[in-house]
Design a protein. Structure first.
Length: 524
């Protein structure tokens, strides 16, 4: 049975189809149950339908989800993969749900585009996991183009691409489900803690490729020059000893070295990579779930579609410039499980500082190549305490975890001190105060048109100042902030410091008032 938010997403998708949209992109956070909704929609199709995945693990996961829903289906994959999935069916559900005569299909994209079947034109609905991969010119686009008479649903937690290409070339409508923060607050996802030990991988010589992420070759060189192997094991033992986890690293050699280092430190561990047989992967995952292993070290194997609620800690040893990959990796630890009070993220490579906390609220769009942080989301800025390594929002001056005072940078312009008015130099403060005061001071204006414009600006500023006061009071009460931290939070949330805001034009002041009011409404 679907949860309320899953049912709402399903109904919005069907409504979009009824409105004439042929291809819909559905957005739900990692751990929200995309595969469950995917299978539920397929179960309601009378004709031919197909679910497409781009890796063996996801073919297996979707097939198991369909088996869980009692859907008999045909698996389109290499023979050894089919046999492995049938084995998993029998192991979990006591029978095989694979049937060569079924009208529902589960397919791996690489197998699908290499073959030709007489039922392609009969497909009335395709669904594809990790739907942000689909572009008309790539293999995922070629796969869905095989079904000329079908409507389509792409599923993703992160509707953005590292290469900055917009998704409106594939989809006509986006359906956005609940945010990760909402699901954490409702108990559907786990709370989390983030730690950021000092980094040893130097990215100065690591290039960004055309696909929008760091060069694998450069990353491998930088990783081998670093002390990342020892760092990962040392801080796991310091922060999360005895917890079951997965570790992401740059390359296969490092994966094996880290697994060996874990074992040498008394931590049962194994290394998995793309060449590992699907049954061996399944066996090692089962061992992790039972607690026989405490660490599975991998190279991008568990970044997408991997679902094991028993994971209690994720160690990040692979830098990424991709917001999507980052969120997929940290999402592995956010599924709730009995006995897990929170997930632990140990970030050795600055990914959290680069992309924000797991529940930083984003505004997604199929028309915009890069997602935007929602106004009031704190700007996504994250820093780490040098004393306890805990993550905190950028506006904090006192570590909320250990109480250490955070030493900030230089003084002067707003961008130097992140909106902290208590740190501005005297000249800057004087200038900003005069500009703010001049807005509400009635000048002697003879021109009636200018006078009306001045009154309009003053009225807009009065509205803005009133809403800022309400916002600041609410944040201080809820987050227990000092005045300086309140100033900094405002700056990170709305990209303008409080004094500069008080000198804005009427139009800019009204727009900012709307954003601040919207943030207050969302918060309450």
């Amino acid at each position: 049975m679907l949860r309320d938010y899953q049912l709402a997403v399903k109904h919005q998708i069907l409504s979009a189809f009824n409105d004439g949209h042929r291809r819909v992109l559905a957005v739900m956070p990692t751990g929200a149950g995309k595969t469950v909704v995917m299978a539920d929609i397929l179960s309601g199709i009378d004709g031919y339908s197909i679910a497409i995945a781009h890796r063996q693990e996801l073919v297996s996961q979707i097939s198991l989800a369909m088996a869980r829903e009692g859907i008999v289906h045909r698996i389109i994959a290499p023979v050894n993969v089919i046999k492995s999935i049938i084995h998993l069916h029998v192991k979990k559900y006591g029978r095989s749900y694979h049937n060569l005569n079924a009208r529902s299909f589960v397919a791996g994209v690489d197998t699908l585009i290499r073959r030709e079947y007489d039922w392609f034109h009969k497909i009335s609905l395709w669904e594809i996991d990790e739907g942000h991969h689909v572009l008309p010119t790539n293999k995922w686009g070629r796969a869905v183009a095989l079904f000329p008479n079908a409507r389509g649903i792409g599923w993703t937690a992160t509707p953005c691409r590292s290469d900055k290409k917009s998704l409106n070339v594939t989809y006509q409508k986006m359906i956005v489900g609940p945010s990760m923060g909402e699901l954490i607050n409702q108990g559907y996802l786990s709370k989390y803690k983030v730690y950021g030990p000092p980094q040893s991988i130097n990215l100065d010589d690591v290039k960004i490729t055309r696909r929008g992420d760091y060069s694998d070759t450069d990353l491998t060189v930088a990783s081998h020059k670093s002390t990342i192997t020892g760092d990962i094991v040392k801080h796991y033992l310091r922060i999360a000893p005895g917890k079951r986890g997965v570790t992401f690293v740059v390359d296969v050699e490092t994966s094996k070295q880290v697994a060996d280092a874990y074992v040498n430190a008394g931590v049962p561990a194994a290394s998995i990579d793309a060449r590992t047989d699907i049954m061996e992967r399944s066996r090692q995952i089962d061992r992790l779930e039972r607690g026989e292993l405490l660490q599975l070290v991998n190279v991008d194997i568990f970044g997408e579609g991997f679902d094991l609620p028993a994971i209690e800690v994720v160690s990040l040893g692979r830098p990424t410039a991709s917001l999507g990959l980052h969120r997929q990796q940290i999402g592995r630890v956010l599924r709730p499980c009995n006995g897990k009070f929170h997930g632990t993220i140990i970030d050795h490579v600055g990914n959290v500082g680069r992309h924000g906390l797991p529940d930083t609220d984003m505004v997604w769009s199929i028309d915009t190549p890069e997602p935007q942080r929602r106004p009031g989301a704190g700007g996504g800025g994250v820093k780490f305490c040098v004393e306890c390594y805990n993550a905190m929002e950028n506006f904090r001056r006192i570590c909320p975890h250990c109480g250490a005072e955070i030493v900030s940078g230089g003084k002067g312009r707003p961008e130097q001190v992140d909106g902290d008015l208590t740190e501005y130099d005297d000249d800057t403060l004087d200038t900003l105060r005069r500009a703010a005061a001049s807005v509400i001071t009635s000048p002697n204006i003879g021109n009636p048109h200018v006078a009306r414009a001045w009154d309009k600006r003053r009225e807009a500023q009065n509205r803005l100042r009133e809403i800022i006061a309400l916002w600041a009071g609410h944040k201080r009460d809820i987050l227990r902030l000092s005045d300086a931290e309140s100033y900094r939070l405002f700056y990170h949330s709305f990209n303008v410091d409080v004094l500069t805001a008080q000198s804005l034009s009427a139009g800019d002041a009204d727009r900012l008032t709307h954003s601040v009011r919207e943030d207050l409404t969302n918060a309450t």
